[in-house]
Design a protein around this ligand. Sequence first.
Ligand SMILES: *[C@@H]1O[C@H](CO)[C@@H](O)[C@H](O)[C@H]1NC(C)=O
Ligand SMILES: *[C@@H]1O[C@H](CO)[C@@H](O)[C@H](O)[C@H]1NC(C)=O
Ligand SMILES: *[C@@H]1O[C@H](CO)[C@@H](O)[C@H](O)[C@H]1NC(C)=O
Ligand SMILES: *[C@@H]1O[C@H](CO)[C@@H](O)[C@H](O)[C@H]1NC(C)=O
Length: 479
Amino acid sequence: MYKMSSAIYEEEDEPLIGGQRQISIGSLFSRRRTGFVAMICMFILIYLKLLLFFSALVESKSGMVKTVTPQINIPSRIKHSWAQYAPYFPVEDYRSPPSHCSITQVNILQRHGARFPTTSAGAMIQSSVAKLQAASSFKDPQLRFLKDYTYNLGVNDLVSFGAAQSYDSGQLDFVRYKGLIKGTNVPFVRASSSSRVVQSATNWTAGFAHASGGNSAPSLNVILQEALNDTLDDNMCPNAGSGDAQTNAWQAVYATPIAARLNAVVPHANLTASDVSNLISLCSFDTLANEKPSPFCDLFSQTDFDGFEYFGDLNKYYGTGYGQELGPVQGVGYVNELLARLTDTAVRDNTQTNRTLDADPATFPLGRALYADFSHDNQLAAIYSAIGLFRQARALNPTRPDPKRTWLASQLVPFSGRLVTERLTCSGRSFVRMLVDDALQDLKFCGANKDGLCTLDAFVASQRFSINDGDGDFEKCFS
Ligand SMILES: *[C@@H]1O[C@H](CO)[C@@H](O)[C@H](O)[C@H]1NC(C)=O
Ligand SMILES: *[C@@H]1O[C@H](CO)[C@@H](O)[C@H](O)[C@H]1NC(C)=O
Ligand SMILES: *[C@@H]1O[C@H](CO)[C@@H](O)[C@H](O)[C@H]1NC(C)=O
Ligand SMILES: *[C@@H]1O[C@H](CO)[C@@H](O)[C@H](O)[C@H]1NC(C)=O
């Protein structure tokens, strides 16, 4: 379980402790010492106050829940331009459903929390760092840290920041949806089998249980093997292409001038455009792993980060999103499972589902009030595209970003990013609404009203692509 490591979170309710100590210790010392001790105590008090301020409190009717995810002192505009390596942030304030509606079911689909770089990305990042460090002199004072810098990141696994994000999301989900969790109707939880995904799921259940005061303790019910049929991973379409052509084209545009700028201050480093993308991603990885602003972030401007954001946007769009012919079909299995839950009927799917698991009420129960599934960014992009979310009027242009695009990796698939599908009853009829990172989606494709509500029937009807098993695309994955 995520360790509430800093005692801070337990102490912040009792700031008086400092004040009392001031009196008792003060009497033992000379006046001057007393003044000094008082000053120290004041600093401690201010420090605790600031911590209290920065550690967000999740509101609930029955009180507050303390979040444990560390606050990192980097401007939001920058953190929110880290594409798929951005830490989760709510894109909008959560809007409660209209007062004549009540939520009857919640389906959470969530990306794992912050992690180390993957094995391949980590190797590339290290080679870019080595090029910088091999250079003999660092003219720019912002580069001096490189002399003593040692790359210390692991690979693939969740970092403790990511565990905390997952724990907090569990707490938040309990607070938001506790009205649904009655008696034995505990959440049903599944995870794709990567260890970072499994640990995100178990940290979520721990946060959920903690917020419930131990009254509702969900467990991870099913782990879907990534080598087998798995609706929470994008590993079942060998013929799917990649977005490399598009991301490389954009990288040449945005990162070549940055490489030239860095090479001018670090002669002989010979940085390429791809080194630039590696080093920008290190700003995020190093910051989130070490829970403090990385010196690598200081090497880049907001414009540089904006370029990196688009690099990530293209990667998701052309990797498994709308820009990939065989992208959306990889989300079909999950959508068919979602339709089964929303309509309380058996799963009907001929794509990625494990039919054995989905036919068994022990591993695919219907009639639950809350489901939580844990997955990966590429799979979330496939699922958004199978559903019809974030459809763009025009395909993303590899060399010219549209500033009005709504396909932003940092808002779609940040670390711990989430799609929440709520089923509601309003005046006796069933409706559906969807939120991505708390932003209510307009669901135009099923004729949603201004509250973002589609009737359940209209929503189901809008999912023809999934109901038809991807209109022949699944077969193209293999033929
Ligand atoms: C939470 O995640 C961390 C990894 O960062 C892991 O060590 C820990 O076991 C997880 N907690 C639970 C309850 O799974
Ligand atoms: C389906 O799930 C069962 C139960 O976990 C497992 O034994 C089987 O290998 C899985 N098959 C596929 C193709 O995923
Ligand atoms: C950069 O390129 C030059 C010329 O090709 C070469 O001599 C030098 O060793 C390279 N520097 C690094 C750090 O690879
Ligand atoms: C796994 O998926 C394939 C492709 O749809 C299907 O042929 C196979 O029957 C599935 N296996 C199970 C256990 O569901």
